[in-house]
Design a protein around this ligand. Sequence first.
Ligand code: ATP
Length: 337
Amino acid sequence: MYKIALITGDGIGPELSEAAMSVLNTISDNFDIKFNVTKLLAGDSALKETGKALPDETIASIKKSDACLKAPVGESAADVIVVLRRMLDLYANIRPAKSYPHMPSLRNDIDMVIVRENTEDLYAGNEFSLGNSAVALRIISESASKKIAKYAFETAIQRNLMRKVTCVHKSNVMRITDGLFVKSCIDVSKNYPGITFEQMYVDACAMNLIRQPEKFDVIVTTNLFGDILSDESSQVVGGLGMAPAANIGDNFALFEPVHGAAFDIAGKNIANPSSFLLSIKMMLDWLGKKHNDKQCFVVSKKLESTIFDLVKTGVKTKDIGGNKSTSEFTKEITIRL
Ligand code: ATP
């Protein structure tokens, strides 16, 4: 029995959480994996109800769970996810971008993953006012840089595709901070002679994600660049509605869609739940690895293929060219599972 903490979030979060609950229940009912899910409050709704975007009970519940699923939260996102990433030392943010057939993607030959450092950089929120100026501290450490570089190289080995790591930075301008990040990646690369290592400036990377995205395998980069580039890479393969992410530490992991709360489509039952359901797939892979549980890998593959087979047959939500509602699409998935 896996204890799952589910943050239901804001905007389209509750609709996506309902879809996630249906799928988790279907898995529990039909496979040899059981989930005990606790729904938790965090984000704008929590702030309104309790005065805290990340209530103490939510933190306590997450700490007691085997893994956390987090639907998107709204304006208070920084007070939720940024805090959780640092509190739980979820140092690696993994954002895959893969082309699947029958998606409105720009290309159909892409299979890359962005490995984003998740605890430092400008996202640490070290900001203050100084007279009439505003200051943000960009702290990059050798230890965090080496840790994420190692994760990226191990990912390239596990994927066993191009066996290539691209370090993305802007060290020609941010010589000291990004200089340290690149140096750390170069140092780590020496332990992986079987993996091709290359460097790219972040502006060139943004261009190449459009021009020749098929050339990327594993991108390793700092926090802010990783956030921006992963929105771009997800659009190249069909949009945010299909983009899952994992926040991984040595002992715990949290899974969430790449996108935000999408208030423009909230409450309309039109959001694509795939981003969150593919986050469950990533969670199954992580649980399978951690607990040496082969069933998790079986169900992970089944869930992924079910989603993409469905899309292939034209059963899609609006964002990817279909006409199914969130609940209709989810129902089809549970039936096929
Ligand atoms: P944040 O800054 O919190 O990441 P954002 O302002 O970039 O949020 P998102 O909420 O990430 O905006 O989404 C951008 C747009 O993409 C939304 O306005 C919505 O139209 C679309 N979108 C995002 N997620 C989905 C989804 N699951 N299904 C369909 N459309 C989506």
